[in-house]
Write a protein that binds this ligand. Structure first.
Ligand SMILES: O=C(O)c1ccccc1NCC(=O)[C@H](O)[C@H](O)COP(=O)(O)O
Length: 252
């Protein structure tokens, strides 16, 4: 789709940096831990499936978290997180591929690479179990999904509108994230997920992303059909283990 017109200046800057970033030097072949299986395991143990995000900073975050990413991820897993997301974008989110590698070595749950991947060679920057592809910013989504799968990654395709959702489904995405954060104004609105979720077929694993801050939000996204939730800020701010436990505890 590659529709960057109208995005927030911060996102323009993120995309300009992403376009310049080099990819890997050799083609990766990963043996991925399954996200749907991790979600099912959490459900069977009575936990809400949550992907907890190691998010050092962001354009909408005050200040920067400088805690060890491995310690953060281990605390999140101890608090019940079914999977971990690690920002690898260095310039606007304080992330790094090395942080992801260290986290993936330390935990046994699946790990998502959270970045702004625009080209096939950028898939080869670091091994992960899943890789985020943002439908709005990718030129040829079917090809990039195929390239990710060829390497063993599970592509998590992020959408924010019906047009992007239709593009993701047409491209064969089976793991879809609806981002409640509008990349035009960087505002969060949970009704985005509620509007798009009914259009998603049952055999697609559906993740609600961004703006989930408390147990009422968890309940709201689950009632709207979320198989799993991606949570960054609300777990990073404060004690990550306590925060993860609060959001992964069922039936609040
Ligand atoms: O989080 C931001 O400020 C941001 C700004 C511009 C583009 C993307 C951004 N966030 C990426 C994400 O997808 C979130 O880190 C993730 O969904 C978690 O969101 P939250 O729980 O609201 O921290």
């Amino acid at each position: 789709m590659n529709e960057i017109e109208g995005v927030a200046p911060e996102v323009e800057s993120i995309l300009a940096a992403a376009a310049e970033r080099e990819g890997g030097t050799s083609r990766l072949a990963v043996s991925a831990r399954s996200f749907p299986e991790a979600f099912a395991a959490a459900e069977s143990e009575g936990r809400v499936p949550v992907i907890a995000e190691v998010k050092p900073t962001s354009p909408t975050t005050d200040g920067e978290h400088d805690e060890d990413p491995v310690a953060l991820a281990e605390s999140m897993v101890a608090g019940g997180a079914a999977a971990i997301s690690v920002l690898t974008e260095p310039d606007h989110f304080g992330g790094s591929p090395d942080a992801l590698t260290a986290v993936r070595e330390a935990v046994s749950v699946p790990v998502l690479r959270k970045d702004f991947v625009l080209r096939e060679d950028q898939l080869d920057a670091v091994a992960a179990d899943a890789v985020l592809l943002i439908a709005r910013f990718v030129d040829d989504l079917p090809s990039l999904i195929e390239a990710a799968r060829d390497r063993g990654f599970q592509p998590l395709v992020e959408v924010h509108s019906t047009t992007e959702l239709d593009a993701a489904l047409d491209a064969g995405a089976d793991l879809v994230g609806v981002n409640n954060r509008d990349l035009t104004k960087l505002e969060v609105d949970l009704s985005t997920f509620e509007e798009l979720a009914p259009r998603v077929p049952d055999d697609v694993t559906l993740v609600a992303e961004s703006g989930i801050t408390n147990q009422a939000d968890v309940r709201r996204m689950r009632e709207a059909g979320a198989d799993a939730l991606l949570v960054g800020t609300a777990i990073m701010d404060g004690d990550p283990e306590t925060n993860a436990r609060r959001l992964t505890t069922q039936d609040q």
